[in-house]
Design a protein around this ligand. Structure first.
Ligand SMILES: [Cu+2]
Length: 199
């Protein structure tokens, strides 16, 4: 009788352990399915990413559009011609503010001339020298401060300054003027000190 009971107990334990193994085996299989599901999800996930990239591209395309619009605004300001009148022994106006590409036209230049001063014009800009009595007209494309004189009347302080755009070279020109100008040419210094940088 005892042996039979022991055998049955063993059988019971054995069967229980079998059923326990079966549960453990079935458990991983469900997690595998979950893994497959996750893989399917993760595979599907990349699809929205190209859509985002396409949005970025479509965002990138309109960007260049504003810049041509800005350029058109700049072009709408057509080059102008500014007149400087020679009056007795002064240029009127003595300081003139213009934009790059604008022209300057000296009028009433009888017995006067206009000569740019070496070292007191922007780097790369062209010097000018008109004949006595010539109504010179020049176009200035390079930004900066330009100093010029009327040679016959420099002793009277007949000097002028042209400011093209925003003069980056103003302080440099002032410093150089203090160093190189001699005699009546130093009248240019006073004129340069009156220049106000356009906002
Ligand atoms: Cu003069």
């Amino acid at each position: 009788m005892r042996i039979n009971i022991i055998v049955w107990i063993f059988l019971g334990v054995f069967l229980m352990s079998l059923s326990a193994c079966g549960k453990e085996e079935s458990a991983p299989s469900s997690s595998e399915t979950a893994a497959v599901e996750q893989t399917t999800v993760s595979e599907a996930a990349p699809e929205p990413t190209p859509a985002v990239a396409t949005e970025e591209q479509s965002v990138g395309i309109p960007e260049p559009e504003p810049s041509p619009a800005t350029a058109t605004d700049g072009e709408s300001t057509a080059p102008q011609t500014h007149t400087i009148n020679a009056e007795a022994r002064v240029f009127n106006p003595d300081i003139i503010y213009i934009q790059p590409g604008d022209s300057v036209s000296w009028r009433n230049m009888t017995s006067h001339n206009t000569v740019s001063v070496d070292g007191l014009i922007p780097e790369g800009a062209q010097h000018w020298r008109s004949a006595l009595g010539e109504n010179l007209k020049i176009t200035l494309n390079i930004e900066g401060t330009y100093a010029y004189v009327c040679e016959p009347h420099i002793g009277f302080g007949m000097v002028g300054v042209i400011v093209v755009g925003k003069p980056d070279n103003l302080e440099e020109v002032k410093k150089k003027a203090g160093e190189i100008l001699q005699g009546p040419y130093r009248r240019i210094l006073g004129k340069l000190n009156k220049v106000q940088i356009p906002q």
